[in-house]
Ligand binder design. Structure first.
Ligand code: 5MY
Ligand code: ADP
Ligand code: MG
Ligand code: MG
Length: 350
């Protein structure tokens, strides 16, 4: 029996070794292909291939690693290699960059350990920074602290309270700051991974909601939100349809809680829609650039997006309502060019 186990173990080790050798050969072959001679007559200048290891869910791999991205990347000397989660990360590669979006403590430890032992590799992004936006309580803290206000506008977050028990206790608690809030509440699960959203029309129905959750003031914004995609220093903004405005008239006609299983996922692009120009106007570029630059630094993230709304009836009152790590870049216009340029910018190639 013991002999059998030893035999199986030996076989497995052999297979792993063969796989490692194959992978190393593949990387070396691509390295050779891209090690070209630049500028005839000058000494040869090798251009190194950039190897990007990725650990993504199959859904994410499909939406992000589209043939057009892989093709353009190959053309620019970037090779994407799937990370095998069943093998030690240090035995794979060597990588110049590691891209990852996987959940769980075990993965966080693997990637944190790898960051410590491989400081030469750019890991996008550090697990501790990702953690901050996984929880809706800490997600928007840096936006609050930033308190951005300049000639182009003011950026804040909706008033919010966190409940780990019955949210109707808000009434008993007489929470400061909530007395002036109109009685429209958006309830979101504390864990950002869950996307159910509920709209409560009066504080008495709050007891129907299931904690732990974040209760936010509902901000009327003309039914359109701005998705601001950030890839390093690059920014792209798109419009999406969002929840419609609510009025005091709705308040008198409605009661209770309305549940939306995945409102943001179903939201269609509003870029081509015939919208009221006041609602459609994109946030000023200088404001977004400053916001993105500050948040990149404060959050310690390079790959994320922001959901921003503008209070209806104002020209310059903006609210960040959501921050997502490594969002659906496949929906960002020109992401192939932006992403490949970004990857190249991370690596010294010559
Ligand atoms: O799948 P997609 O393209 O809708 O991307 C989701 C994002 O959509 P967006 O790019 O903002 O339109 C989505 O953003 P929202 O939270 O819907 O604003 C999340 O980032 C989601 O990740 P997770 O499920 O929270 O881990 C993202 O899902 P994953 O692809 O990361 O699973
Ligand atoms: N405070 C708010 N005021 C008005 N609408 C909101 C507010 N918060 C969220 N929404 C609406 O709900 C949607 C989902 O909320 P969001 O915080 O982006 O969560 P998710 O992570 O599921 O995308 C937003 O895209 C927007 O349409
Ligand atoms: Mg969102
Ligand atoms: Mg989100």
């Amino acid at each position: 029996m013991r002999g059998e186990i030893a035999y199986i173990k030996e076989k497995e080790d052999e297979e792993v070794q063969v796989r490692n050798e194959e992978e190393n050969k593949m990387v070396a072959a691509v390295q050779r292909k891209y090690t070209s001679v630049v500028g005839g007559g000058f000494p040869p200048s090798p251009i190194k291939v950039v190897v990007v290891g990725y650990a993504l869910t199959s859904k994410k791999t499909k939406s992000f690693l589209q043939p057009k991205l892989e093709g353009l990347a190959r053309h620019k000397g970037i090779l994407f290699v799937a990370i095998d989660q069943s093998r030690p990360l240090s035995d794979q590669g060597p990588f110049d960059v590691v891209l990852h979006k996987l959940s769980g403590k075990e993965w966080r430890c693997v990637i944190e350990d790898y960051r410590q032992t491989h400081p030469e590799v750019t890991v996008l992004d550090p697990p501790y920074a990702i953690q901050q936006v996984h929880n809706r309580q800490s997600m928007l803290q840096d936006v609050t602290d930033l308190n951005l206000s300049d000639a182009y506008g003011k950026v804040g977050v909706p008033k919010q309270l966190v409940f780990d028990k019955d949210p109707s206790s808000i009434l008993d608690a007489g929470e400061p700051g909530w007395t002036e809030v109109t009685h429209w509440y958006v309830a979101k699960p504390l864990v950002a991974k869950s996307h159910e959203l509920s709209l409560a029309y009066d504080e008495y129905s709050l007891q129907e909601l299931e904690p732990p959750l974040v209760l936010q003031e509902f901000i009327n914004h003309g039914g359109v939100l701005f998705k601001v995609y950030i890839v390093g220093e690059a920014i792209k903004v798109v419009r999406r349809f969002s929840l419609p405005d609510v009025s005091n008239c709705d308040l008198s006609k409605n009661a209770g809680v309305y549940h939306f299983p995945r409102v943001s996922c179903a939201a269609a692009s509003a870029d081509e829609a015939d919208l009221d120009p006041c609602v459609a106007e994109l946030p000023p570029r200088p404001l977004l650039e400053r916001l993105a630059r500050e948040l990149r630094r404060r959050l310690g993230l390079r790959l994320f997006n922001l959901d921003i709304i503008r209070e209806h009836g104002t020209r310059d009152r903006y609210y960040v309502i959501d921050i997502n790590y490594f969002p659906g870049y496949g929906k960002m216009p020109e992401y192939e060019h932006i992403f490949t340029d970004f990857l190249l910018s991370l690596v010294q190639r010559e």
